[in-house]
Ligand binder design. Structure first.
Ligand SMILES: [Zn+2]
Length: 114
């Protein structure tokens, strides 16, 4: 499953970062166009981490909306449909400025080595 392989990659990154310390929380930014369902992602995260070194680590998923900037009128508008069009003037001359993110924003680790 898509989400499960993502969680596996996040878990590996978090453990590499923690260097043996307990990981408390991982914050993730996921763009609109990544087509990741946050609930599915956190569900898979629980499955992925249960019983392992990351057991109990929280995964926060922040959804980043898709935003385009129009080259015709200069407006910056959010996309509600998966069509690249300006929300102000309907021009298709737009640049996507967010929505494709897939970033680990932060990893909180415990101070002490467990
Ligand atoms: Zn426009």
């Amino acid at each position: 499953m898509h989400e499960l392989s993502i969680c596996s990659a996040i878990a590996q990154t978090a453990m590499d970062h923690a260097g043996g310390r307990a990981v408390r929380r991982v914050r993730l930014r996921v763009g609109h166009f990544r087509q990741v369902v946050p609930d599915t992602l956190t569900y898979c995260w629980d499955l992925q981490t249960r019983g392992g070194p990351l057991d109990g680590c929280a995964l926060d998923v922040e959804h980043v909306p898709a935003v385009v900037v129009c080259r015709t009128c200069g407006a910056s508008t959010g996309l509600t449909h998966p069509i690249l069009v300006c929300g102000a003037c309907q021009s298709r001359e737009v640049d996507l400025v967010s929505g494709e993110e897939f970033l680990i924003e932060s990893i909180d680790v415990a101070e002490e080595v467990s």
